[in-house]
Ligand binder design. Structure first.
Ligand code: ADP
Length: 246
């Protein structure tokens, strides 16, 4: 079993408040791993620490055995970890396809190099078309992203994260604000993108967690309360209490 992403004794405090408190996390290569927990449990903070958007107060993050927490987020992306955001990161006035082209170019740009060779543009173009098909938005390719529904924007965001061709993909509440049709689409999409890569998602909808996650980590008060399969954690008395206590 290869550990794709690992948090080692990870801590983060905000002026004395421990948002992440000695978290140890092993994400296995190829699994879909859900991080759940009541509001304020520290899920977003943990994602920010794993992806380099926040620096830990102490502890380490390792990606395939290599320490990444001292690196800036763009260097972490280049090492194979990319994330989607809860808040929309699409450019509304660009078309759906142009959004993907921007993400593709951003992912491959070398430091200090601002022009992309024409040959590379052809490759980006073909890859943008693949991604459009993969996330089910080929029909909207030339529409401004602003025209997409909320659910379709979330699909595009997954496409933007995939543009970096990550080995590990972090998805922050990919079904938030969606109706049942959108949720079903995202479930199918996450299953597809998880083929050949590792996915970690923060998710509130327990039905989505039950359908997607191989394993689950439950956070409470910044600490790991339980880790296991859906069946294991839902029977755990500490987990039941944490949720009933909300
Ligand atoms: P979750 O995503 O599980 O709802 P968060 O990670 O957003 O939880 O927050 C965990 C705790 O850390 C909350 O009590 C929150 O108020 C606090 N927190 C998060 N970010 C900051 C910050 N930048 N400054 C101060 N407190 C923060």
């Amino acid at each position: 079993m290869t550990v794709a992403l690992q948090a080692r004794d990870l801590c983060r405090d905000f002026r004395g408040f421990q948002a992440t408190n000695h978290v140890h996390l092993d994400i296995h290569e190829g699994e879909i791993h859900a991080v759940i927990g009541p509001n304020g449990a520290g899920k977003t903070t943990l994602f920010n620490l794993l992806s380099g958007f926040l620096k830990p107060s102490s502890g380490e993050v390792h990606l395939f055995g290599e320490r990444i927490d001292p690196l800036p987020p763009d260097a972490i992306v280049r090492r194979g970890l990319s994330r989607s955001f809860q808040i929309s990161s699409v450019f509304p006035t660009l078309t759906v396809r142009e959004n993907l082209l921007v993400a593709l170019q951003a992912g491959t740009r070398l430091p200090g190099r601002f022009l992309t060779p024409l040959g590379a543009m052809d490759a980006f173009s073909a890859r943008a078309d693949d991604l459009l098909a993969q996330v089910g938005l080929d029909w909207a390719r030339d529409r401004p992203a602003a025209d997409l529904s909320h659910g379709e924007k979330r699909q595009l965001e997954i496409g933007l994260s995939l543009a970096q061709n990550p080995r590990v993909l972090l998805l922050d509440e990919p079904t938030s604000g969606m109706g049942s049709e959108g949720i079903a689409r995202v479930i199918a999409l996450v299953r597809e993108v998880a083929r050949g890569r590792t996915v970690v998602l923060v998710e509130h909808n327990m039905s989505v967690v039950a359908q997607l996650a191989h394993r689950i980590t439950v956070l409470q008060y910044g600490q790991v309360l339980a880790t296991g399969t859906y069946e294991e954690v839902r029977r755990d008395p500490r987990v039941i209490e944490a949720y009933l206590g909300q």
